[in-house]
Design a protein around this ligand. Structure first.
Ligand code: SF4
Length: 128
């Protein structure tokens, strides 16, 4: 059923898109297991289709996935569907807080590098 749809707005980070993504039978890619391609309200969160990418590593490192991670790496307001999701928290230990700071720096640098426009960029969906 999934954990998206809670009334309490999420502020916590989420680690899921840092280590996984999900591919449907038809090849549609979504950032985590709480997003379902067969739900009309979740269709806007499809990153793209596996056949649009050169390989699976390009999916994992694409700009859209990096943008999801940047929003989820730290505490703060989240957009849908993460805003109403209760799944996948970080533990919040001092080690994890330090790691999140480092990850945030790396993602920010990665996104700055996308200013040169990757070849697959035009084929990806923007997150609403
Ligand atoms: S907060 Fe929920 S919907 Fe968002 S990426 Fe994490 S598990 Fe998925």
């Amino acid at each position: 059923m999934g954990n998206v749809g809670n009334a309490q707005p999420r502020q916590a980070p989420c680690e899921r898109p840092f280590h996984t993504f999900v591919v449907s039978r038809g090849g549609d890619v979504v950032p985590c297991c709480q997003i379902f391609v067969d739900r009309p309200e979740h269709r806007p969160y499809i990153v793209g289709n596996l056949f649009d990418f050169d390989d699976i590593f390009t999916v994992f490192t694409c700009r859209t996935m990096a943008e999801w991670r940047l929003e989820l790496v730290d505490f703060g307001p989240k957009r849908e569907p993460c805003r109403t999701c209760s799944d996948g928290d970080f533990q919040g230990s001092p080690e994890e807080i330090d790691l999140r700071k480092r990850i945030k720096e790396l993602i920010t640098a990665q996104l700055a590098g996308y200013g040169r426009a990757l070849p697959v960029g035009d084929r990806l969906r923007k997150r609403p």
